[in-house]
Design a binder for this molecule. Structure first.
Ligand code: CP
Length: 318
């Protein structure tokens, strides 16, 4: 395994700040590397020494369950040393800036930073001020690159290929970093993408990204091979974008009746966290058409691949 991956491939970039600026070759390299790590994760001993002597700091300035645990597991499976930072218990509350906080952590000899931040562009900003590799674990409504990679990887696993597939992303496109990163990733891999939701939750210029735009859930589901159902991000909404959650659910919620009425069996995805009964009912989320837990499982292999490939760019003196 170690030998196979050590065959010497690196990403074209020092950081993973978003999907927009990485290449299709980068994505395919991450996928083939993740294939190898997925095999490791199915062994009785799920650990390799690839990142021994590398220290990774997970800096989470915003809440997370899946991404944070997934990164920490990925780092530990690669034998990295791991430190976790949570904004709610930090000196940020005392007025310290982001760059000062991170530079103080780096002074303790950290090699890589994984960061989630509520502000769009926070990772790009940080990358201009610090010297270590940065992985964006979600920055505001901007990008969530590792989520998009694990989503596309899960489609590839389920359907054999991403190229030529039709994927609809349903819901709160306006506030969704998952939607933007998914659009970039799926298009780079040759999929056709539609976004579907209320007009008020569509960015005005979304059509300029080359996606189809729909407002009828049933039509969108008839069109697609895969439906990625997004959560309504109430925490990012300062005004009301629809009359009530009940009305949203009536128009854009996916239930078993709609799913079973379609002329073909589509694949159902959700990045989590799920609001059961709002954007998706429990019987759909837990159905055999759902790959939601496969997405979570694949997240660890994808993040191991990214950490491994970026670590190849770290120069350590003897
Ligand atoms: N999908 C995702 O980013 O989930 P968390 O917010 O729990 O990390």
């Amino acid at each position: 395994m170690e030998d196979r991956i050590a065959l010497k491939k690196h990403l074209s970039t020092k950081h993973l700040l978003g999907i927009k600026n990485i290449t299709t070759d980068d994505i395919n390299l991450i996928f083939t590397t993740a294939d190898n790590f997925k095999e490791v994760l199915n062994r009785p001993i799920k650990k390799v020494p690839s990142l021994r002597d590398i220290t990774v700091a997970n800096l989470f300035f915003e809440n997370s369950t899946r991404t944070r645990i997934s990164f920490e597991l990925a780092e530990k499976r690669l034998s990295a040393d791991v430190v976790n930072f949570s904004a709610s218990t930090s000196a940020l509350k005392k007025g310290e800036t982001l760059v000062d906080t991170v530079n103080n952590i780096l002074a303790m000899k950290v090699d890589m930073v994984v960061m989630r931040h509520p502000n769009p562009g926070a990772c790009v900003y940080l990358s201009k001020h610090i010297d270590v590799n940065i992985i964006n674990a979600g920055d505001g409504a901007h990008e969530h690159p590792t989520q998009a990679l694990l989503d596309a990887y899960s489609i590839r696993e389920k359907l054999g290929d991403v190229k030529g597939k039709k994927v609809v992303i349903v819901g709160d496109i306006l506030h969704s970093r998952v939607a933007l990163s998914n659009i970039f990733c799926l298009q780079k891999l040759g999929a056709e993408v539609m976004v579907c939701g209320p007009t008020t939750l569509m960015p005005r210029h979304i059509g300029s990204l080359g996606v189809n735009v729909g407002h009828n859930l049933k039509e969108a589901l008839e069109w697609c091979d895969v439906a990625n159902m997004l959560r309504i991000q109430l925490e990012r909404q300062e005004i009301k974008y629809f009359p009530s959650l009940r009305e949203y659910t009536m128009m854009f919620g996916l239930n078993k009746e709609i799913l079973d009425s379609l002329s073909k069996k589509i694949t159902i995805m959700h990045p989590g966290p799920i609001n059961r009964g709002v954007e998706i009912t429990s019987d759909v989320a837990d159905s055999d058409q759902s790959i939601i837990l496969n997405q979570v499982e694949n997240g660890v292999a994808i993040r191991m691949a990214i950490l491994y490939l970026l670590a190849g760019k770290i120069e350590k003196s003897a």
